[in-house]
Design a binder for this molecule. Sequence first.
Ligand code: ZN
Length: 386
Amino acid sequence: MKFSQPATARTVNRLRVLNLLDAYPSLSRSDIARMLALNKPSTSEIVEQLLGEQLVEEQGKTVQRNGRRPTMVALKHDARLVLGVDLGTRTASFSLSDLKGNLLRFERLPTPRQPDAKEFGQLVIKTCMKLTRISSIPIAGIIVSCGGTISEDGNTILNHEYWGWKDVPLAKAIEMHTKLPTRLVNHVKAMVQAERWFGNETTKTFFYVNWGEHISSAWVHANTISCERTRFGHLPIAPTGLCRCGGIGCLETIAAGWALSEKHQGLSVKQLQQLNDDAVVKSLSLACQAMAMALIAASAVTGCEKIILGGGIANLDDRYLQLIQDFYREHAHHALAEIPLVRSQLKDRSSVLGSVASALDHWVFHRSILETMQGLDQEKPLLETE
Ligand SMILES: [Zn+2]
């Protein structure tokens, strides 16, 4: 985007106002002008535009100390909805959300172990249609998060390593049947977006791990999220153990959900934890040590400021988190030993909320674009129109 073009500057300023109104319960036009360093006429113009789009509404007047009563403007939470779909390894979840991330409708389906692209794709399309058809509120768009490599335009799953899918144009197929704009996003990227959107994560540089049936990661640096080409789950940690990738001794063979279930009669990690069996405690403890080892490698290479553990297994009870933290601190280089190693603030909701955050960003607020632009030019506020 070129800031010098008035139309672009107006578009950017409209988004800045919209995002500001998302951050506060209500603001007057002069509050907005002051907080964004915009002039009053262009602020009023943008507010009129947003009122016209019915994205914001006017609220009662508040009396100020000088006796003036400015009209307050607020984001209309139910002005638009978005549908977030997460195609996880064990379950697929569908969340219809308002602009504040309140889930109005939610559906969950089991994901087959090796889903067929056509059959499973049709089920996903049907569920999207069911959830969006009856809505009386306009739906801004759909985001589908899933593992694998996504094409740059967000239309196609180029390669899904564990499902064997190649070149599946899922977004276009959903779009054709629902008549709603649809994009795909890598699921770890979506989880990172949720962490920032709903967990208020503000650290600029962090390492994020999605620890579930499989183990994947994202490296977040300033406003760039790198995840699709990384293979954190396949760092060699042990001398033996056949991984599903064909390699030997990968982190996944000790710590992934699939490996833990294989060792213990096919039970999920959630079920295993409740057993409190000695052999299970031992496996989970080894998994935590292996994770800590891999995190030491990750922090040594990236120099991250923080490590965040998300995904189902990250929600093991606190003694396991403590085990990872202790092992990490004991073995990491002293310069890295003190960085915070925490669990996702969203706990077990991080996958579900990932697609929702991504949809709100992509179809309504475009916050990641604004952040990137502001990151490029942090000293100066974005240009004003006129
Ligand atoms: Zn592997």
